[in-house]
Design a protein around this ligand. Structure first.
Ligand code: FAD
Ligand code: NAD
Length: 468
C-alpha cells in the first residue's frame, strides 16, 4: 500500500495549490482526481473557458461595432464561427490543464485518478473508471472536492436547453433567446457572451438588483451598460416554473407586482449559485462532519472535526472563488508544516469579467451603513481619463470608501476597463492598511486606467480630484 504524508482529494485551484505547497514544504504528497484532467471546475468548466469565450466574443463585438470608428474597414461581413470559437476555448482549457499536470510532475506529486472515498481517517479508497480500487494510507488529508451548480427544486435540468454553466460553455448554436435565471456572476458573464454573439438575452433576478452582493453603485452602472448592449433585466421577479415544449422553453414567474409573467425562449440558463460537492467522499467513515448547507465543517485553521483532515475551497464556508480556494490551499499546507499563515477574508476581491469589468474589495457602502461606520466617499468617472477616451472605454467609475476620521481605506469598488487587474492595487493598499491619502500621493503612470484609482483617492482625501 502506498503511504503519503498528505493526500489531497480534488485537483481544482484549492487542491492543486495545496498539493504544490505541501510538496514544497517537504511532504510526500498525492492528489486524487476523479476526472482524467486536472484543474477542477475552474480550469475545465469555470474561470478559464468562460474567460476564453468572453475574450472571443469581445473581439467579435469590437469587429462588428467598433472597428469602423477606429478607421478599420473589413472586406466583407464579419461572421461568427461558433465551432471554431469553441475549439479555441477547448484548446485554452487543455493547455491550462496540462500545465497543472506539469506542475504535479515537477513537484513529484503522485496523481491518482479515481473517486477518492474515505475508508477511515487515514485510509482512502480510490476507485477508477474501470472499477478498480486502490487503497492508500495518508497521515493527513485535505478535502478539496469543490462545488456543483445549484438548481431550483422545481426545475428539471435537461442539460440540452434547460442548462447550467457547464452546458452553456459548449453550446453548438447561438441561442435565439436565452432566458437567464439569476443575475449573478455566471448569468451576467455568460449572458454577455451570447448577447454579443447575437442572442436576445433576458435576465430574471429574484433580488431588487443584479450582482446583489457587490456594492449597489456597481449593480446600477453594470445594469445600465448591459441594458445599452441589449440585455433585458427583470429584477424582483420570482421564477415559479420552467417547462419545455419541443425546442421552446417557457418560464413563468411572478413580477415585482406579484403579477404572473411568461418568458419564451429556446434556451434557459439556470445560474442561481453553486452547492458544495461531497458525493462519493464517504466523509462519515472518517468522522468528518458536514453542516446543514452540505459544506464540510471547519474551524479557523480549516481543520475538520477530525484532527488530521482539513478542507478548503468551495466545499467549505465562504466565497466560492478560485483565488480564495488557492489561498486556503497554501494556508493548510503551511498549518500542517507548523507555520502560522493568515488569510484576510475581508480582502478577497470579487470580480465580474463582463466588459466593463466589475471589481470590489473590502466593505460595500451598504455594509458600512449597516455597521454604523462613519465613512467618506471619493468617486472618479472613467470617462474623464485620457486612457479611456483613447480606447473608447468610457463607461464606469472608481469609488473609494475611507474611514471619516482616520482616512483608512475600508472598501474600493470599481467598474470599467481592466478593473479586474486594477483591484490588485486596492487589495495591496488595504493589506498595508493604507489611507486614501497614501494612494493619492503615489505616482500613477499616465495615461492609464489606474489613474482613476489615484483620482478617486484624491476625491476621498479632500475632495480634490484633479481631472473632474
Ligand atoms: P473545484 O474547482 O470545484 O475542484 C474540485 C475537484 O474535485 C474537481 O475536479 C472534482 O472532480 C474533484 N472531486 C470531487 N469529489 C472528488 C472525489 N471524491 N474524488 C476525487 N476527486 C473529486 N472563480 C473565480 O475566482 N474567478 C472566475 O473567473 C470564476 N469563473 C467561474 C466561471 C464559472 C462558469 C464557474 C462555474 C465558476 C467560476 N469560478 C470563478 C468559481 C471557481 O471555479 C471555483 O471557486 C473554484 O473552482 C473552486 O475551487 P476548488 O478547488 O474548491 O474546487
Ligand atoms: P451567484 O450567487 O453569483 O448568483 C446567483 C444569483 O441568482 C443571485 O443574484 C441570486 O439572487 C439569484 N437567484 C437565486 N435564486 C433565484 C431565483 N429563484 N430566481 C431568480 N434569481 C435567483 O451564483 P452564480 O452566478 O450561479 O455563480 C456561482 C458561483 O460561482 C458564485 O459563488 C461565484 O462566486 C462563482 N463564480 C465566480 C466568477 C467570478 O469570480 N468572476 C464567475 C462565475 C462564477
Amino acid at each position: 500500500m502506498s503511504k503519503y504524508d498528505v493526500a489531497v482529494i480534488g485537483s481544482g485551484p484549492g487542491g492543486y495549490v495545496a498539493a504544490i505547497r505541501c510538496a514544497q514544504l517537504g511532504m510526500k504528497t498525492a492528489i486524487i482526481e476523479k476526472y482524467s484532467t486536472l484543474g477542477g471546475t475552474c480550469l475545465n468548466v469555470g474561470c478559464i473557458p468562460s474567460k476564453a469565450l468572453l475574450d472571443s466574443s469581445h473581439h467579435y463585438e469590437d469587429a462588428v461595432k467598433h472597428f469602423e470608428e477606429h478607421g478599420i474597414e473589413l472586406p466583407g461581413e464579419v461572421k461568427v464561427n461558433l465551432e471554431k470559437m469553441m475549439e479555441r476555448k477547448s484548446s485554452v482549457v487543455s493547455q491550462t490543464c496540462d500545465g497543472v499536470k506539469f506542475l504535479m510532475d515537477k513537484n513529484k506529486i503522485d496523481v491518482l485518478e479515481g473517486v477518492g472515498s474515505f475508508k477511515d481517517k487515514t485510509h482512502i479508497n480510490i476507485k477508477n473508471s474501470d472499477g478498480e480500487t486502490e487503497t492508500i494510507e495518508a497521515k493527513k488529508s485535505i478535502i478539496a472536492t469543490g462545488s456543483k451548480p445549484a438548481n431550483l427544486p422545481f426545475i428539471d435540468l435537461d442539460k440540452e436547453r434547460i442548462i447550467t454553466s457547464t452546458e452553456a460553455l459548449k453550446l453548438k448554436e447561438i441561442p435565439k433567446h436565452m432566458i437567464v435565471i439569476g443575475g449573478g456572476v455566471i448569468g451576467l458573464e455568460l449572458g454577455q457572451v451570447y448577447r454579443r454573439l447575437g442572442a436576445e438575452v433576458s435576465v430574471i433576478e429574484f433580488m431588487d438588483r443584479i450582482i446583489p452582493t457587490m456594492d449597489s453603485a456597481l449593480s446600477k452602472e453594470l445594469r445600465k451598460v448591459l441594458k445599452k448592449q441589449g440585455v433585458k433585466f427583470y429584477t424582483k421577479t420570482k421564477v415559479k416554473s420552467v417547462s419545455r415544449e419541443g425546442d421552446e422553453i417557457i418560464v413563468k414567474a411572478d413580477d415585482k407586482k406579484d403579477k404572473e409573467v411568461e418568458f419564451k425562449g429556446d434556451y434557459c440558463l439556470v445560474s442561481v449559485g453553486r452547492k458544495p460537492f461531497t458525493d462519493g467522499l464517504n466523509a462519515d467513515a472518517a468522522g468528518v462532519k458536514v453542516d446543514d448547507k452540505g459544506r464540510i465543517e471547519v474551524n479557523e485553521q480549516l481543520q475538520t472535526s477530525v484532527d488530521n483532515i482539513y478542507a478548503i475551497g468551495d466545499v467549505v464556508k465562504g466565497a466560492m472563488l478560485a483565488h480564495k480556494a488557492e489561498e486556503e490551499g497554501s494556508f493548510v499546507a503551511e498549518i500542517m508544516a507548523g507555520q502560522k499563515p493568515h488569510i484576510n477574508y475581508n480582502l478577497i476581491p470579487s470580480v465580474v469579467y463582463t466588459w466593463p469589468e466589475v471589481a470590489g474589495v473590502g466593505k460595500t457602502e451598504e455594509q458600512l451603513k449597516e455597521e454604523g461606520v462613519k465613512y467618506k466617499e471619493g468617486k472618479f468617472p472613467m470617462r474623464a481619463l485620457g486612457r479611456s477616451r483613447a480606447s473608447g472605454d468610457i463607461d464606469g467609475m472608481v469609488k473609494i470608501l475611507a474611514d471619516e476620521e482616520t482616512d483608512e481605506i475600508l472598501g474600493v469598488h470599481m467598474i470599467g476597463a481592466r478593473t479586474a487587474d486594477l483591484i490588485a492595487e486596492a487589495v495591496t493598499a488595504m493589506e498595508f492598511r493604507a489611507s486614501a491619502e497614501d494612494i493619492a500621493r503615489i505616482s500613477h503612470a499616465h495615461p492609464t486606467y489606474a489613474e482613476a484609482v489615484k483620482e478617486a483617492a484624491l476625491a476621498a482625501t479632500d475632495n480634490r480630484a484633479l481631472h473632474v
